[in-house]
Design a protein around this ligand. Sequence first.
Ligand SMILES: [Zn+2]
Length: 753
Amino acid sequence: MRPLRLKILLLAALLAGAGLGSGRLASRAWVSVTEYRSPYRFTTETPAGVERDWRLLLVVVDGLRLDASRRMPGLNRFRAIGADLVASASVPSYSRPARATLMTGAPPEIHGATTNRHRTPVTLDNLFRGLERTQGDVVVVGSELWRQLFGADLERARFRASPPEEGRGAFDHALAELAAFEWEGAGLLLEGRPRIGVLDLVGPDFAAHEHGAGSPQYARACALADRTIQRLFDAADLWRTLVVVTADHGHLDQGGHGGAEDEVLRVPLVLAGRGVRAPIRGAARQTDVAPTVAALLGLPIPAGSDGRVLEEVLDYEGDAEFEASVTQRAAAQRASFRRELAASLGVPEADPDDARAERQRRDQRVRLPIGLVAGLAAVAVVTLAFRGQAGAAVPAALGGALLYETAFRLLTQRGGLRLSLSGINHEQDVRPYFEHVLGLSAASALAVLCLVVFAASRRRRGAAEAALLGLAAACGTQLYLLLRVLVVYWAQGLSMTWTAGSMTRGFDAVLDLGRMQVLGLAALVVPPVAWFFARVAPRRLAAALFLLWAPLAAGGAVHGKLPDTPDPKARWIIYLHGRIVELEGRAASHPEFGRFAFDGIVEALAGRGFELVAALRPASTSFEYSARVAGQVRKLKAAGVPSARITVAGFSKGGALARRASAQIADPEVRFVILAACPRKPENLEPWVSKMTGRMLSLYDASDEMVGSCQPAFDKAPGVKGEELVLRVGQRHGTFFEPRPEWIDPLVAFATR
Ligand SMILES: [Zn+2]
């Protein structure tokens, strides 16, 4: 059987090699977006229009969703006297690219800013530069992004940067400070009356990242932003000012943007004031803002603008000369754009969409044979490898691919993982996100491959034959993923060179390539596993298989996972860690509070005689996770554990999950220990708070500026028997980063009472 062994080794090596190659392609594809360099050149100087002393006041409400914007009375007043449009944002739908789009009229593929990490300034013609050419002052009140993007064009501008950096935990302590800053900024713009005034209102974005766009915190942040908008409505000189209120992007219910979901891409665009016909409704694109504003203010229409002048919105007030000038300038810019776009793409001059289609067709003609050869070669190699064994290999390959994909989809769904750019809710989540996806892919692949090998060994095949069938399953899965990748490759290429194409498909391809890498490496375990199964008795085989599968199925590392038959006589604690562990794992460390002693806390509690369930949650776990906690409690109860012996203890985000789980468990005897997890302001309490049920102990440190008392929450929930202890450790939120007796002791006493 020597040739068979050789074949197995070769196949395993081939799969692993293909995997490594895919991994490289995946990171290349990803980097082609994050380090994108625009190939477009637009150098024509577009003509300025009739000089007018009209002003622009641009308000960018960061992360404002269309539906939420309709619930803002201040903004609705602008809507009532102006144009109420629904604009589609460009992809990738991030803050920095969108701001560049608003000022240049170009989508990210043209202006070149594709992510918030990009540091290269925009060189493209823009409204600020147009104003330089025609003279006029600029005041920007808002995000540093403006200066990073348009540094050279903003040299003479007055700039006031928003106070805090966006990031983890930013919302809860920064909202008030931000709102005050923005209120003051609005005053500055109203008094200063610059030709171009820009105001960022960033509270909604903070709130959505932290709590989701479905949260009361988000609604509150929108209301605060709306107060400032209302002030502008009351005080702006609308006879001389064009007010534009829009958003850079929306947000998912659970928070997150970047992808192409409707709630992320559809944003409000409200224009009101001088030069706007009213009332008017309609649709537009984010790219239309710059040319429309330029047309109205008499500025040159930015040369790289891909949008159109929204002529249906303009009120020429019977000024035929003005109207003619707008039409003429718009036509001139369109003509030069058409020419330079075609030149940049290396295709004959045509309408922009046709030029892009032509370039895509040309690229596809090059990619088609490459893709075909790659696909056919892979199929040929696999066919050759399993020649003569098709009877067993084909079902193994098909079944393996099907099982793997089903397992992967189930695990991602259960883990609350969204397979989209919007699924990465924070900048810091990029790595953990990919690790999570690849981890689940590895879990699915290992489980399925082992299952196939196991099934093959049960049919009294030798180790070598079982291994071969395991590899057939791996090949089938690899081919399936390759096919998906090749379709995207043919359609739009794997790397972003001149267009983002469909971000959804592109992101899928990156993930698929990453999954191919993991699968290739997982295939390496097939030969040893086959050997192992062939030499152990079947019953122990089943046990071994279960041991492999069980921890993997849980979706990541598990500490003290809930056993299948929990001990009904024990006291149980389900411990839920803070968000930082989601982001950085077991070894999480905070710049101010130091290391989060996850293991130390779990061991300290276990050492006090409890059975502990303490799973590590993946990055950006949604609040739906509380349902899983509720399920664990039900399982304990079903196993005969009395409710009074079950305690759910959670810190920070874990505490919020525990509170939410209490509403779902709805058992007055189950205990909950809420560690620093109630909002400082009662108005930020979640809508389900009144449904909370159980005996609750709240602990938080008096020095903690991020959280407050749970008493208001207890007061709202008739099903809660609550008590609270305010600690004086003085370590703020970090008080609960270590197993200190100050909080461990009362927790233990409460749980054993
Ligand atoms: Zn944003």
